[in-house]
Design a protein around this ligand. Structure first.
Ligand code: GRG
Length: 282
């Protein structure tokens, strides 16, 4: 994925140099690439060509990187540390960071829209449509809006879940779906199983993120630890307590595995990813 992303991003010495450098700064050399791995795992399960999955996976990683750049800006979460280094607006400036996010989002759609990516152009359009919904106001951006509006409020578990299904879950879900849609033939039963898996694992990812935010240190996380509690944001830990939050992560992990039960060892990578997501320490 590193070399795929490296090839997709404009070279740093091409004008406008500062913007291209900053885009590279935001995307390269960091990040667990969970969404890319997820796309590759579902793509492999569905028999897609790896080079085609690369493009879908890169598109999702570019949207993800844009969201982190914007999320760290002073007008949003105002965070100075991301992926173990100064966040993009700290390394460059606010205006550059804003443009980095904008340009990364455009680039994601540009690569996914490239002519001839899919033999069936209807399928390619479906991929673009799915990514647009997942990242827009009915997906990630909408979840972020709910997140910003929830500071200092007492959300219940259902409201918190609604927020995270959009803010974090939508992009994880679309990563899994685009990997599967990269295959020439898409079996609807398999897509259904993948979608259920991705919904469980997307929520588990956020529950674990809240647990790590409460328990891990900034050096391990590569971002500011304890930020949510500090910002008076509701989290799974503040609502459920740490033990119940850990139990919930475990339940979601089990649900994810159940969704894959019909696929046996063919779904091994998805099983491994579910384990990584729920047992990660960073
Ligand atoms: C600005 C439109 C807009 C959206 C921002 C995703 C997001 C929405 C904000 C990020 C805030 C945050 C820390 C959410 C918790 C879950 C999450 C997405 C963590 C970061 O993802 P990782 O851990 O990051 O996969 P890496 O760096 O490994 O890629």
């Amino acid at each position: 994925m590193e070399s795929v992303l490296d090839n997709i991003l404009a070279p740093a010495n091409v004008a406008p140099q500062r913007l291209h450098q900053a885009m590279r700064y935001a995307v390269m050399g960091g990040g667990k690439r969970v969404r890319a791995l997820l796309a590759h795992a579902t793509g492999e399960l569905c028999g897609a060509a790896p080079q085609k999955i690369d493009i879908a996976a890169a598109a999702v990683e570019l949207i993800h990187a844009y969201s982190l750049v914007h999320d760290d800006m002073p007008c949003m979460d105002d965070d100075d540390l991301r992926r173990g280094k100064p966040s993009c607006h700290k390394q460059y400036d606010d205006a550059t960071a804003l443009l980095v996010g904008d340009a990364l989002q455009s680039l994601a759609f540009q690569i996914l829209a490239q002519p001839g990516l899919c033999a069936d152009s209807k399928q390619q359009l479906e991929m673009l449509h799915t990514l647009a919904i997942a990242s827009g106001s009915r997906g990630m951006a909408g979840g972020q809006a709910i997140d910003l509006a929830s500071v200092g409020k007492n959300l219940d578990q259902t409201e918190l879940e609604y927020m995270h299904i959009h803010k974090t879950g939508a992009l994880i879900r679309v990563a899994a779906l685009l990997g599967a849609y990269s295959a020439d033939q898409v079996d609807s039963e398999r897509i259904k199983a993948i979608d259920l898996y991705a919904q469980s694992i997307g929520l588990a990812f956020q529950v674990v993120d809240d647990i790590l935010d409460a328990e891990a240190d900034s050096a391990t996380l590569g971002k500011t630890a304890g930020k949510d509690a500090h910002s008076n944001k509701p989290t799974y830990v503040t609502i459920l307590g740490i033990e119940r939050a850990k139990q919930l992560a475990q339940e979601l992990h089990e649900n994810a595995l159940k969704s894959l039960s019909a696929h046996g060892t063919k779904a091994q990578r998805l099983t491994q990813l579910a384990q990584f997501i729920t047992q990660r320490s960073f």
